[in-house]
Design a protein around this ligand. Structure first.
Ligand code: ATP
Ligand code: MG
Ligand code: FE
Length: 344
């Protein structure tokens, strides 16, 4: 079946088209530059940009795949979580296209789609798998028994998301928004062991209650203090070393806990998804350390880690293949959709 996916949960308008696990089109429009001067995504600006971009992006995807709307078998759309007004644009568009072309529509979870997108690169996901989901708004460890029907959360961040930590630290280092890719780039020239930043929730006393949880706000504060101390002393801030040492602390905790989850559950596949999965150090560290334990790591290429329409189409395709029933045409845009709801 030919599945079209629509993504509008944040600042990316994405339309992807897949057949099975094959990606045929991945059209993307971003309003990121309109938000950059605010240092974060402005919801009203994002909604307006989606409204302007949705039809052209749809047309571009169909053209790229060389198909028409009539050829599409089902439409999947991000139902949540995300910015309410932004989600509404995608959901309304999906309903309109579905109604006009008489196609079934699937309202899907954006976070499950961040995991499902890997199937476009590496084929069907072996289940059970452990998923490390690290994005701008979320950081979780999940046990994936059946991605079509539900996932079991093992742990999550108790404060900031990993991507949020990257963005905040980038800001205090004077790097542009969103900061993740800039930290990644700066870190290449830095020494990851230059500064010993804290590894949140890894002390024995924390592990008892928070074995699979994350905390990045203490790390962010530690970086801020370190940078301030330098500035107060009138010394230059070694941006590359700070970036590399911060990045090392984040990746160390993420990989340690993800592999601990694999080992304790006996699961041999670790899939990493979400924008932070694009991070070069996270990818390399996960590969290195997993190999020593006989665990296979699956990470989609960086371009598929950040928000896009292909990930929504990938999850839609998996739902159709798994025999999951489509959503009702009055499906909601649910800004607080729980991680455990894969489709509505
Ligand atoms: P969510 O998926 O939780 O709703 P989102 O959709 O806004 O949030 P994503 O697009 O999945 O987030 O990810 C964006 C985040 O990924 C940003 O915080 C960004 O800084 C981070 N990011 C992107 N590339 C990299 C990178 N190479 N290294 C680290 N972080 C990165
Ligand atoms: Mg984005
Ligand atoms: Fe996302």
């Amino acid at each position: 079946p030919l599945i079209l996916g629509i993504e509008t949960s944040c600042d990316e308008t994405g339309v992807g088209i897949v057949r099975g696990h094959t990606l045929l089109a991945d059209a993307l429009a971003s309003s990121v530059e309109q938000h950059a001067r605010f240092g974060g995504v402005v919801p009203e600006v994002a909604s307006r940009a989606h409204l302007e971009a949705i039809v052209p992006t749809m047309d571009r995807a169909l053209k790229e795949a060389g198909v028409t709307l009539a050829d599409i078998d089902a439409i999947a759309v991000t139902s949540g979580p995300g910015l309410a007004g932004a989600l509404l644009v995608g959901v309304a568009a999906a309903k309109g296209y579905a109604l006009a072309a008489e196609k079934p529509v699937y309202g899907v979870n954006h976070l499950a789609a961040h995991v499902a997108v890997d199937t476009l690169e590496h084929g069907p996901l072996p289940e059970p798998a452990i998923a490390l989901l690290v994005s701008g708004g979320h950081s979780s460890l999940l046990l994936v028994d059946d991605l079509a029907r539900g996932v079991t959360p093992l742990g999550a961040t108790i404060d900031d998301a990993a991507g949020e930590a990257f963005d905040k630290v980038a800001r205090l280092l004077g790097l542009p928004f969103p900061g993740g890719p800039y930290i990644d780039r700066e870190a290449r020239a830095g020494d990851p062991s230059a500064i010993g930043f804290p590894r949140g929730l890894t002390a024995p006393k924390d592990l008892a209650a928070h074995r699979y949880d994350f905390s990045f706000s203490g790390l962010k504060t530690a970086v801020a203090r370190w940078v301030e101390a330098r500035q107060r002393a009138g010394e230059p801030v070694p941006v590359a070393d700070v970036a590399a040492s911060f990045q090392e602390a984040v990746c160390d905790v993420l990989v340690r806990k993800a592999l601990d989850a694999c080992r304790s559950t006996g699961v041999e596949t670790l899939v990493i998804g979400g924008g932070v999965a694009a991070n070069s150090r996270l990818r390399a560290m996960a590969e290195d350390r997993a190999a020593a334990h006989g665990i296979r790591v699956r990470v989609p290429r960086p371009g598929l880690c950040t928000d896009n329409g292909a990930m929504v189409a990938a999850l839609g395709s998996h739902l159709v293949a798994s025999g999951v029933a489509p959503s009702r045409l009055d499906l909601p845009a649910d800004s607080a959709m729980p991680l455990t709801t894969v489709s509505v």
